[in-house]
Design a binder for this molecule. Sequence first.
Ligand code: ATP
Ligand code: MG
Length: 412
Amino acid sequence: MTALQPARGTRDLIGEDFRRHHKVAETARRISALYGFEEWATPIFEDTRVFSRGLGDTSDVVSKEMYTFTDRGGESVTLRPEATAGLCRALVSNGLTQSNLPRKVFYTGPMFRYERPQKGRYRQFHQIDIEVMGAAEPLSDAEVIACGWHILQELGVAGATVLEINTLGDTPSRDAYRAALIAYFSAHRDALSHDSRVRLEKNPLRILDSKDETDRAIVAGAPTIAAHLTPEAAEFYASVRRHLDRFGVPFRENPRIVRGLDYYSHTAFEFVTDQLGAQGTVMGGGRYNGLVEEMGGPPTPCVGWAAGVERLAMLLPEAPSAPRPVAVIPVGDAAEAPALDLLQALRRAGVTAEIAYRGNLKRRMERANRIGARAAVIIGDEEIAAGVAQLRDLDAGTQEKVPLAEVPGRLA
Ligand code: ATP
Ligand code: MG
């Protein structure tokens, strides 16, 4: 049989690749906890209706990219393409919509989209994600953005990104803007891509997000929402910007940002980079006030973001290093028992320690070097008799006798 390959658009995470991913997720977990976010885990697959909520769906994610299938019981299920909808579903299913709001949730895990694989774009990828569920105040918009910025800073990638923000207004603002967009794009209808002509009927805002070259040229001349904002929506947006200034988060306004999913209102934002080619958005999010209601819950205003772990992992300035182990090396049969005792004493003391399963002193030293050990602890008959071990610093090349009981303390 020919050797099997990973499925198209999926990747194995091994060694440095895994450590990069782990660093992104761990940093996001740690920093978001400082902002009061608690971690949730929801299922990887959901009832398809969690993601696809009727004919109004015009986003690429829902209309073209979902891994949807009928299971053996005849139910339509979907491998989640994003975390937000599942979290809102969980808020409702678990009866959490009335008490203790807002809920501040951190999430990380794999997501699935049927896309054309390329650098920074996969069919199974990973996201980190935070959501504030049940807060309508612009301070919550600014806080989630500040938390995202803090995570990017902690990862050492903030300098490689720019924060772009926009407002999609409230419903009256968006209705007025929608009419203006329909008028504008209808005048250019014949030049639009097929997809965008469909969007023109269903959700003209979507055209602003088109990746098609000709569409983009037309989008460049489209009206912006500014002239259509109600005073309340304009004040909301101004308030978000004031809070961002107070939090010390630099941003640039970009009236073209609408985001990839259909459910946003008021704030929309993206952290973009010019270092990943076409896959330039590393983190994106905004306010979505109708989603919990669409899941069958009460009106619950929410704001949050998701970031691509693969893209952030690629941006990390340096690869996180693996802990360097200590190699415990018994010489002769009698040394095995005290070597195993020492091995566990080291691990109990928090020291990464390894023992080769077989081999003479030479072989074991070779392996210690191969696994990048920082030290070797060698025990033979003489050492057992004296109650010591030879402690060899493999970087300095020095060696000394240390009483057995003191070895873990010396290496911790
Ligand atoms: P893009 O415009 O790159 O397709 P998107 O708008 O579809 O992104 P979101 O749905 O907002 O992305 O997801 C949030 C983040 O998840 C993106 O900014 C990106 O970093 C990451 N992401 C999205 N799709 C993929 C993918 N197929 N492979 C890797 N990362 C992805
Ligand atoms: Mg996409």
